[in-house]
Design a protein around this ligand. Structure first.
Ligand code: NAD
Length: 350
């Protein structure tokens, strides 16, 4: 029986990447009945909203989606559709594997780590007050002289619930994928209550996995240096939202950049698989950008639905094509287009 999965082509280079990726997935032999659902600036022109209700409904119903990148229009008043999808479906975990592939230019050749970023709390919660607002002034008053007058204020909420579910996700992921260690990263020496809570909760969860998964802690500043100097020491890294945002881009850089960085957003009920990169609008319709990041996101999707063998074959096909360097896109030093690189991957799967 075919899996029913929502396919959101997105905008900019999204539709061409999604088309190639769907064909590559088909070539693994896994039967998928794609339900196409739109989001982004193209559908906004037709329907007046960049995120139609029907798209959210489709993802909620099918529980799994593959999504192309979506532009965040500047100055139109629309918030990011990508953030809206994560919020509406409570996709609390952002998973970003970072792995070196032979043929991708990088200073390292032995990285294989996974970033697990909390997606709903922390300074990203959007609780902010401008300078001189009533709310900001109230907070200044109760701060007992710790906050200067005329300060703008962002609040950093971190809950026991939010910390626990993300740390548990990281440990469960480690067990499921045969990984050995989880590293929790914060700045708890300075933010004793918020980041301190993250550690407190993480230590409790870690006890349940004692003997199976090693647990360690790092401070975010030190972690940045460690990752640049010895990234091979790390396995699964779990972090609150803001540190996770920054560290996942650092790690994408370590393994050769955006063209090869896949991602997944998981919630209790749904999962949305998407590349780390954006819609690269200047390349729209040019058949130019690298499909690897979205294809590797589809590989994560296959794993998620239990098609482990197909996901392994897909990853091998991608890494073989990259290593051969014959049919690769401009960012990997080649001249192939999106479709040609996709076709080379399909040929490997035959
Ligand atoms: P971007 O990731 O779209 O592109 C930046 C540059 O990276 C491109 O110009 C290109 O040189 C390179 N690049 C990106 N993807 C590539 C690929 N697959 N192959 C080869 N090269 C690639 O970042 P941006 O220009 O800052 O953002 C464009 C739009 O995308 C913005 O509106 C932004 O908000 C949005 N965005 C969406 C998502 C998402 O859909 N999840 C993520 C990030 C940014």
């Amino acid at each position: 029986m075919a899996y029913k999965i929502t396919l959101v082509p997105g905008d900019g280079t999204g539709p061409e990447l999604a088309e190639v990726t769907a064909k590559v997935v088909e070539a693994t032999g896994v039967k998928i009945d794609w339900e196409i659902a739109h989001a982004g600036i193209d559908i906004m022109e037709k329907e007046g909203t960049p995120l139609p209700e029907s798209t959210l409904k489709s993802i909620a119903k099918n529980k799994v989606a593959l999504k192309g990148p979506i532009t965040t229009p500047i100055g139109t008043g629309f918030r990011s559709v990508n953030v809206a999808i994560r919020k509406e479906l409570d996709l609390y975990s952002c998973l970003r594997p970072c792995k070196t592939y032979v043929g991708v230019k990088s200073k390292y050749n032995n990285i294989d780590l996974v970033i697990v970023r909390e997606n709903t709390e922390d300074l990203y919660a959007g609780v902010e007050y401008p300078e001189n607002s009533e709310e900001a002034n109230k907070i200044i008053e109760i701060s007992n002289g710790k906050i200067r007058k005329e300060s703008a204020i962002s609040i950093k909420p971190m809950s026991v619930f939010g910390c626990e579910r993300i740390v548990r996700f990281a440990f469960d992921h480690a067990v499921k994928h045969n990984r050995k260690k989880v590293t929790a990263v914060t700045k708890a020496n300075i933010m004793k209550y918020t980041d301190g809570l993250f550690y407190k909760v993480a230590r409790e969860v870690a006890k349940e996995f004692e003997g199976k998964i090693e647990y360690e802690e790092r401070l975010i500043d030190n972690m940045c240096m460690q990752l640049v100097q010895k990234p091979e020491l790390y396995d699964v890294i779990v972090l609150p939202n803001l540190y996770g945002d920054i560290l996942s881009d650092l790690c994408a850089g370590l393994v050769g950049g955006l063209g090869v960085a896949p991602g997944a957003n998981h919630g209790k009920d749904c999962a949305v698989f998407e590349a780390v990169h954006g819609s690269a609008p200047k390349y729209k319709g040019l058949n130019k950008v690298n499909p690897t990041a979205l294809i590797l996101s589809a590989k994560l999707m296959l794993e998620h639905i239990g098609e482990i063998e197909a996901s392994k074959r897909l990853e091998k096909a991608v890494s073989d094509v990259i290593a051969e360097k014959k049919q690769v896109t401009y960012d990997l030093g080649g001249t192939a287009g999106t479709r040609e690189m996709g076709q080379a991957i399909i040929d490997k799967l035959k």
